[in-house]
Design a protein around this ligand. Sequence first.
Ligand SMILES: Nc1ncnc2c1ncn2[C@@H]1O[C@H](COP(=O)(O)OP(=O)(O)OP(=O)(O)O)[C@@H](O)[C@H]1O
Length: 279
Amino acid sequence: MKAAGPAIVLNNLHFSYGHMPVLREINLDIRHGEMFAVLGPNGSGKTTLLRVISGFLKPSMGDVVIESRSIRAYSRKNLARILGVLPQEQNVLPTWRVREFVSLGRIPYKSRLEFAFRDEDVQAVDRALEMMQIEDIQHRRISSLSEGQKQRVMIAMLLAQEVKIMLLDEPTAHLDMKYKNLVFDALYDIRKSLDITVVACLHDPIIAALYFDRVALLKDGKVYALGSPDDTLNPSILSGVYDTRIKVVQDEEIGVLLAYAVPISRSARDNVNEEAWKG
Ligand SMILES: Nc1ncnc2c1ncn2[C@@H]1O[C@H](COP(=O)(O)OP(=O)(O)OP(=O)(O)O)[C@@H](O)[C@H]1O
């Protein structure tokens, strides 16, 4: 049954590393089953925001509410049954085999006394391997995989964990175009069928436009814009966030806005008025 209220609420969230403020006045409600993208320039606070939402970092002020309860009220194990994190940097023992690693997603369902795998655990691992199309490499060691294959293994582990909320930090950074879409197509489908909420930090506004319901654009640790991809991924907002010239074209076939930064060398060559893009 769907829980009442949003999946995640951030109330007046602030975070500082020492004396350096990184997140300021963040107020967000993220709905159940929503695909929610966080975009923004390097250093704008995206990873820090995910770490605060995951409970890895404690906010200096404000609160994180997960499924209507403050994150402070959860034990680590209970939180791990609801929320799974794919960090940007993964420390994975290279000697693990793919299937063993994906099976770690079942640990939050085990007690200290019972570690045996039941049928439901085996099925969850099989489903996760299939969704990420990595059944054929399930017996290989992680150290022998390409970066893109490793990334799919990491996501499969979260799928085996059967979490309700996935926090993904640049989940497809190492993937080629085909596998980028494979990962987001899979996430798009499973969040619909399993009502999973996906929050992902991204650098690619095209992926945000293709797959995500809403986008928060961060700048200097604050929410600069929030709304649907159509409302936020426009040249005026993007140019303001990234402080460079952004062009947006409409894809007629799939009806989404595709945004990209215009190379400065090309702007100069085409004699573009450099002030015009600032809108
Ligand atoms: N462990 C840390 N200690 C001190 N400062 C940090 C730490 N981690 C990040 N910062 C600083 O906090 C700010 C936000 O960093 P964060 O990694 O959250 O940004 P980001 O938007 O995810 O960047 P990127 O797009 O480059 O991954 C940056 O100025 C960064 O240097």
